[in-house]
Design a protein around this ligand. Structure first.
Ligand SMILES: [Cu+2]
Length: 331
């Protein structure tokens, strides 16, 4: 599924197998459409340089479809504050494929999954420079030795979290990120996968969470980015893992003691401090029903034209990255 022209033009880092793309969003269980409102790349590979500009919303080594002449998504997905949001990952842009053993992601890509928001003037703006992010959810390693990625595979690519009730209404980028740690014994080695959805939060409040920059929030020496012994993520079964970045923002700064991973002993990031709490897991005290992980939202109305168009474009064009900020598409 990788265009050979891309392989020729770009340096591909790491294994070409089993990568994943966040490509579909559900709001309170309602499908918002495949590839709708999400800036997806034309290649499903990882980033490994935590200082890269593209750590925010992907691109560069994995050119966004926009780098190949396709327009940015024109949809902004409305999400009520407090809503339950489900992000769906798959191996390729074709979506769910039960016959692909590496869908939604190859086993062995164990690691954490997390979600961040950045307030923007317009979720249609193309510029992702200087965004200020706050984390709203994270899932790492639970005490049973299982990883967020394993739970995501169990749920056929879906991860579900809540939008905080108290944050300001308006346009945001929703950045959902997965880190695969199988190569994390050295740096660069950990594989970062992320896409940004264009959203509009309605009915919010007035909280202004502390923010971090991306790149900036992670360092190559973070204990969650460079793991001392790579095999320790498989055997012996690890007992704790420090998820990179700040702890998720929660309204009122309350700490959810039902957190299921071992919190870091030293806060590795940042400007976070005061209003970012020490624990994770946004499972919750709200009365809004959360769709259970087994209630699979239906996926009607797949935008087939997009699936047909994009591979064709990928084969016709070469996306040549001139520098960090510019990619050129050659016929
Ligand atoms: Cu991979």
């Amino acid at each position: 599924m990788i265009a050979s022209s891309l392989l020729g033009a770009l340096a591909i880092v790491g294994s070409a197998y089993g990568h994943a793309i966040f490509q579909q969003l559900y709001v309170n269980g309602v499908d918002q459409g495949h590839l709708t409102g999400i800036r997806v790349p034309s290649y499903d590979g990882p980033l490994t340089d935590v200082t890269s500009f593209y750590m925010s919303c992907n691109g560069g080594p994995n050119p966004l479809n926009t780098a190949c002449g396709l327009p940015y998504p024109t949809t902004i997905i409305d999400i009520p504050a407090g809503a339950s949001v489900t992000a769906e990952w798959h191996h390729t842009l074709s979506g769910a494929n039960p016959s692909d053993s590496e869908d939604p992601i190859a086993k062995g890509h164990n690691g954490p999954i997390m979600a961040y928001l950045a307030k923007v003037n317009s979720a249609l703006q193309t510029d992702t420079t200087g965004l200020k992010w706050f984390k709203i959810w994270e899932d790492g390693l639970t005490s049973d030795g299982r990883w967020a990625v394993e739970r995501m595979i169990d749920n056929k690519g879906k991860v579900t979290f809540k939008i905080p009730t108290c944050i300001a209404s308006g346009n945001y980028f929703l950045r959902v990120e997965l880190i695969a740690l199988h190569g994390a014994s050295s740096y660069p080695g950990a594989q970062f996968y992320m896409e940004c959805a264009q959203i509009n939060i309605t009915g919010g409040g007035s909280a202004s969470p502390a923010t971090v920059s991306i790149p900036g929030a992670y360092s190559g020496s973070d204990p969650g980015v460079k793991i001392k012994q790579v095999f320790s993520i498989y055997y012996p079964v690890p007992t704790s893992y420090t998820i990179p970045g700040p702890r998720p923002f929660t309204c009122g700064g309350t700490t959810d003691t039902s957190t299921t991973y071992t919190p870091p002993t030293s806060s590795s990031t940042t400007k976070a401090s005061s209003s970012i709490t020490k624990a994770s897991s946004s499972t919750t005290k709200s009365s809004t029903p959360v769709p259970s992980s087994t209630s699979t939202p239906t996926t009607g109305g797949v935008a087939l034209y997009a699936l047909d168009l994009r591979p064709a474009l990928r084969e016709r064009q070469v996306c040549k990255v001139s520098n960090e900020y510019y990619s050129q598409c050659l016929p």
